[in-house]
Design a protein around this ligand. Sequence first.
Ligand code: SF4
Ligand code: SF4
Length: 399
Amino acid sequence: MSNAVTPSAAASRPSVKPPLWLLAELTYACPLQCPYCSNPMEIAAIKQELDTSHWFRVMQQARRMGATQLGFSGGEPLIRRDLEQLIAEARRLGYYTNLITSGVGMDEQRIKAFKEAGLDHIQVSFQASSEELNNFIAGTDAFEHKMHMARLVKQYGYPMVLCFVLHRKNEHQIREILDLAVALEADYVELATTQYYGWAFHNREQLLPTREQLVNAEKVAKEYQDKMKGRMKIYYVIPDYYEIRPKRCMDGWGSVFLTIAPDGTALPCHAARQLPGLSFPNVRDHDIDWIWSESPAFNRFRGLDWMKEPCRSCPEKEKDLGGCRCQAYMLTGDAANADPVCDKSPHHHVVTERIEHVNRLAGTREFEAKPLVFRNMKNSRKIAGSSVLSNARETAESE
Ligand code: SF4
Ligand code: SF4
């Protein structure tokens, strides 16, 4: 380690607030193959996972800086056989812990062990409300097992948190999805909008919902929010491709969230690795305090000074901070541009044209027959071999 853990780095930049959320992406391995996965497409090339002692050190350093929330994700975090140890250490350090999982790789013994280790929260994701569609999107027969695990999670006294990632292939099931959540007695349901990074960006044409689907989804979500008030919380957000203002991404670059990728790369958000010209530091070489407070990558888009027009002179810049840097890069080729979701952006047409294209062709046999590219190591090797980054740039240029 080149930097000892001292409070000096943070102290020298009093304007930089410490991270509150630590997202530990423990592995990119996953038994599922979701085509909407936001993991990088080059997963097959990212090796050398951090070991248990590395993760202990990361958790200790982030906690010392003030982080209080810890998410274990991946890939599929259950693949890590040391997960119970990591949870126990997180509990000892005083984190509130959340396991974000597909449920595949879980059994009753492990749920019990997680409870004993002090895990606070388990979020189980589903791909659809029906077995057939769920298993098709997951690329494996997982539905029955997920149902069983979701019931056990409830039985062991965890808050029941279900996550459904919505897109054109499952959005028509919105009512059945919410009925399933009611049947499983969920306390929280996240109707997560697909974020078009990583594999989802590659499959964007097959996944973007139609306007009609969104109108229906919003109506049904509202109906269930009213019906289940006080019993089940339902989160639903309109996909930003259909908005005219971008979201305040990650609550600001290097403001709240710190992601550590499986190989130890530290990122301000899980998709940022694709951004060119930024050398993201690794926890094997630097301590978290330096990474967060001093590293050039974490300071690159902090505050407002980096902004170009039209954001620089925009009265709304403190509200949305110019939107998502990854989306700006993927759709315009420059991460410092305004997020083109914004209708003030000169690149806004790349979003509207994409939406119009999908709405015009969705439902036609030829368009829907285009196969999804499933997230697996074979496809990763094939696609990443032809360079994912130049792929993104080419896409932006051809828009
Ligand atoms: S989105 Fe699907 S493929 Fe990606 S990590 Fe989660 S469960 Fe695995
Ligand atoms: S121009 Fe920039 S700051 Fe203004 S609303 Fe659009 S994205 Fe936000």
